[in-house]
Design a protein around this ligand. Sequence first.
Ligand SMILES: Nc1ncnc2c1ncn2[C@@H]1O[C@H](COP(=O)(O)OP(=O)(O)OP(=O)(O)O)[C@@H](O)[C@H]1O
Ligand SMILES: [Mg+2]
Length: 262
Amino acid sequence: MVDNPNGPLLAVQSVSKSFGGVQALSDITFDVDPGMVMGLIGPNGAGKTTLFNVVTGAYPADTGDIIFEGIRVPGRKIHQVVGLGVARTFQNVELFESMTVLENVMVGRHIRTRSGFWGAMTRLPGVLREEKEIRDRSLDLLSFVGLQDEAHRQSGDLPFGWQRLLEIARALASDPKLLLLDEPAAGLNAVETGQLGELLERIRDLGVTLMLVEHDMSLTMKVSDRIVVLDQGRMLAQGTPREVQSDEAVMAAYLGGGHASN
Ligand SMILES: Nc1ncnc2c1ncn2[C@@H]1O[C@H](COP(=O)(O)OP(=O)(O)OP(=O)(O)O)[C@@H](O)[C@H]1O
Ligand SMILES: [Mg+2]
């Protein structure tokens, strides 16, 4: 990977978060450099989705800091964090099911534009021109993920694997610098998972930095430059795929069926 003289894209600094008595995240610290694919793995309940929720401003951290391009994230609203250049997909696909495929992507784009979603409902000439740009860009993104022939279908009618691709297109529509993907391969068959791996590489080639939460280990090990391993809210290990695969605490957490003690 190239050296990064300008600092990390994302810095997660000593972040902790609890829900009642559950310590979902405990003193988590790591950096994500621009251009990389950072895998985030760990058993069920490890805190992976919680970390995404804290990074995107959906939940406040109890303590610690999140710095994106030198800017503090805590205290910002979700749409402001999107405006900084952070987009995500959801573990349980969250689309506007009654809207068409194209409309879902256009909604993702509107957050970036002058007139915004409600402005688009008015009919001023500048707005109409902007609307055409949004539509063209959204169609391009549908082609990018392979859904160009489904643009006018209702999104809730799409097969599940295609809904996951649509969520990725919608996230890309906000022109993110950092894209957080929460189990994008869950529910996909082997062929679809292979295609997803290629898509992730094409997204990285666009210059978008990726964080990938995924239980499919062969996909994660293949596409990730580095991996952070969480277990019961704690950071168990971080390193290259090769390093974490041979880490004893990681093997104990995964293979022991229980949890590592150190
Ligand atoms: N909104 C919430 N309210 C209460 N508890 C929560 C909430 N979100 C997460 N938790 C708890 O925090 C812990 C971490 O959950 P999280 O969803 O982050 O795990 P995960 O690593 O994403 O797991 P999985 O692989 O199953 O998706 C769990 O014990 C979970 O029950
Ligand atoms: Mg999760």
